[in-house]
Design a protein around this ligand. Structure first.
Ligand code: GLU
Length: 309
């Protein structure tokens, strides 16, 4: 059990403006933090530079403000944290947990995939680089044991990293640090006690717990809120052309987000401002009411581009 005072966070990737799915994750983590009297931090996960869209980080912060999601303290920006990630990688290299990998994407094209569609690394470079091969990325060797964890929404879960993930990348061939490494370094740096995020990241959790163990970092408590899909059952994302959150009609959109989280506001609050809706929900927040299944975004939601400035 984590007895430290509650610190939660929302960690968007600025690859575009927030959409309804990211709003649901932000609202859930905000409510969980505020209901516990905790702090709520924002971290801009602009690690994958090529995927970041100029201006998106500012737009996201303005969207959070417009939807009443006030954060505490300064926003932590991952692109300014390379030294911290390098230090963590050095520790993994020194302990022998991380090893260099020379495999190219095309060499791994035939490798089996896990249930998330990710490559299950076959271990080619695990015991040393093949003769003449040049190191490209760094991987962490994983044990053939079940990593058990508790999710506050999904209950007790386990994953065998060796069978279901394989040795995973902590520094990419393009020199960028991998999300898995950055997220554990930053969650610890920011003193995060509770992670509440989208269910698309549920099966990343055992990798993160394993890295925390290797690096001697605390493991926060985890909760994964339902994914929001479009009518075709696809996760809302930039790739599936999810519309940005509308700048008008915010209260109705927020009410839909609360409904997706199992906390539909009463009709009397139909005209309430976002801050009032959030206060209503924070006063009754019960994570046991959050459904485990994905929810379909209301197709009537206005695909009305950017928020009001
Ligand atoms: N940056 C990740 C995303 O936008 C979220 C990371 C996390 O919450 O751990 O999907």
């Amino acid at each position: 059990m984590n007895s430290a005072p509650y610190v939660g966070r929302f960690a968007p990737s600025p690859s575009g403006p927030l959409h309804f799915g990211s709003l649901v994750a932000a609202v859930a983590s905000w409510l969980d933090a505020r209901a516990a009297g905790g702090r709520w931090l924002v971290r801009m996960e602009d690690l994958d530079r090529p995927r970041c869209e100029p201006g998106a980080a500012d737009i996201i912060l303005r969207q959070l403000e417009a939807y009443g999601l006030a954060w505490d303290g300064a926003v932590l920006v991952q692109s300014q944290r390379d030294d911290a990630y390098a230090e963590a990688l050095d520790a993994l290299k020194e302990s022998g947990a991380a090893y260099p990998c020379a495999c190219t994407r095309s060499q791994l094209a035939q490798a089996p995939r896990n249930r998330e569609g990710e490559i299950l690394y076959p271990g080619t470079c695990r015991n040393g680089l093949p003769a003449g091969a040049v190191a490209r990325a760094w991987r962490v060797r994983v044990p053939d044991v079940n990593t058990r964890f508790h999710d506050r929404i999904h209950g007790d879960l386990q994953q065998n990293l060796a069978h279901e993930v394989g040795d995973f990348i902590v520094r990419r061939a393009d020199g960028l640090f991998a999300y898995q490494l950055a997220v554990v370094v930053d969650d610890a740096f920011q003193g995060i006690t509770h992670v509440v995020r989208g269910a698309d990241l549920l099966w990343n959790t055992p990798r993160q717990i394993y890295l925390q163990t290797l690096l001697g970092l605390p493991t926060p408590s985890y909760a994964h809120v339902p994914l929001i899909t479009n009518a075709a059952g696809q996760k809302l994302s930039k790739q599936t052309l999810a519309p940005a959150l509308p700048g008008t009609g915010r209260s109705a959109v927020l009410a839909q987000a609360l409904a997706a989280l199992g906390h539909p506001p009463p009709a009397e609050l139909a005209d309430a401002e976002p801050a009032e809706l959030l206060a209503w929900a924070a006063a009754r927040w019960n994570i046991e009411k959050v459904p485990t299944r994905p929810a379909v975004a209301n197709p009537a939601q206005a695909p009305d581009n950017l928020p009001d400035p």
